[in-house]
Write a protein that binds this ligand. Structure first.
Ligand code: GLN
Length: 388
């Protein structure tokens, strides 16, 4: 019998809801519409680029800040897609966006610092803030609009507030902050001298026909914003774990120091392949069209089967209102039962909400899947609902 003193943040924490549901889906052979990832391989050109880089270039440590080709390609991609004016010095390549979030939090947050999070919040944010010694302060967003409210945000700010974490577009709701909301968040960040950590991994997964507008581009935000992106999301290659942070060059240098003692660096062949992919707009256009089509299959299929789908414009997810769909179960019970009894894995929105008062009857379903799989999932859910 040992008496090891482990950090209670991890010792008392359950495995993530994504890992939990994917594990259940694997062991039960259920259709997995829980964790967000496409079922098809990434574009062949990208795989070919990675293989070529592996065979003909280096497989040794690349520079900790990232290979120059990818740092340049990220800057050029954001210039082309979002009109941002960036240089290589402003890009730090990380092993996925989750590492970028960790590095940003470690670089910014110290003991007792308060960090504003908006609920629903991606599950990694709060534990990382706590592990950095900080205190997460949740500002709830209310359905169906999930809007940012001036008074609610200001009421959560104290002299110890140091940063805010904005996920835009927002997972799990698929909502996007309006121009007015971005201006509001920028004004508040400037007035209170806050760092904005902007998780924008869904920036290329928008279905409203509009380009992403980053908080980074708002007045006064260039020097205080850390914009996080993900090749895994842009190319539907979630296992690649290639992400990045973009910030003012001085801030990026400090972020690089947090990154160097997390993963130090990221597989170079995947970095070179991601750089090639970012330079070719046809790759992202084709992928986006496929995702838009499969999204319609799930949304229309659910609606035709009498499920109430909430409005959304982005991400790989659709949210279903359970009571409005004639289902009298809370979202956690629904998820746990549906994976076993209907053979469909999903994510309960309340798993991304800490504390009381949040919605408990909204279900998240992933739609970047083959149409036949989505149709099968809707049929299974519909049949199972009849038996409830
Ligand atoms: N971002 C993914 C999702 O929301 C989950 C990633 C993970 O499992 N860590 O489904």
């Amino acid at each position: 019998m040992t008496n090891l003193q482990l950090n209670p943040i991890y010792a008392e924490m359950p495995v993530t809801v994504f890992e939990h549901m994917s594990g259940l889906a694997r062991s039960l052979g259920a259709i997995n519409l829980g964790q967000g990832f496409p079922d098809t391989p990434p574009p062949a050109a990208l795989t070919a680029a990675a293989v070529r880089a592996m065979e003909t270039r280096s497989q040794q440590y690349p520079p900790s800040m990232g290979v120059p080709e990818l740092r340049d390609a990220v800057a050029a991609f954001y210039r082309r897609e979002q009109g941002l004016d960036l240089t290589r010095e402003q890009v730090v390549v990380t092993s996925g966006a989750t590492e970028a979030i960790a590095a940003a939090i470690l670089a910014v947050v110290g003991t007792g610092d308060e960090v504003l999070l908006f609920s629903p919040a991606y599950d990694a944010y709060a534990p990382l803030v706590r592990r950095a010694g900080g205190v997460p302060v949740f500002v709830p967003l209310a359905p169906p609009a999930w809007g940012y409210d001036d008074a609610a945000i200001r009421a959560a700010i104290t002299p110890r507030t140091r940063a805010l974490i904005l996920n835009d577009p927002l997972n799990p709701t698929g909502s996007v902050a309006s121009a007015e909301e971005l201006a509001l968040l920028a004004r508040i960040a400037c007035e209170h001298d806050l760092v904005a950590i902007c998780d924008e991994v869904w920036e290329a997964v928008r279905f409203d026909g509009r380009p992403q507008r980053s908080l980074l581009a708002q007045p006064g935000m260039a020097k205080r914003t850390i914009k996080i992106g993900s090749a895994g999301k842009i190319f539907g290659a979630t296992g690649w774990k290639v992400g990045w942070m973009v910030a003012d060059a001085a801030l990026a240098t400090v972020l690089g120091k947090a990154h160097q003692f997390l993963t130090f660096t990221t597989p170079p062949m995947l970095q070179w392949a991601a750089a090639e992919g970012l330079a070719d707009p046809a790759i992202t256009r084709t992928l986006h069209a496929e995702w838009a089509a499969s999204r319609r299959v799930l949304m229309d299929g659910l609606a035709a089967a009498g499920f109430k789908v909430l409005d959304s414009v982005a991400t790989w997810f659709a949210c279903v209102d359970l009571p409005a769909s004639g289902i009298a179960l809370d979202d956690r019970t629904f998820s746990e039962r549906a994976v076993r009894e209907a053979g469909v894995a999903s994510i309960p929105l309340s798993a991304l909400w800490e504390g009381e008062g949040g919605p408990t009857t909204i279900l998240r379903l992933c739609h970047c899947k083959p149409p036949a799989m989505l149709e099968d999932a809707v049929a299974r859910l519909s049949r199972w609902r009849e038996s409830l």
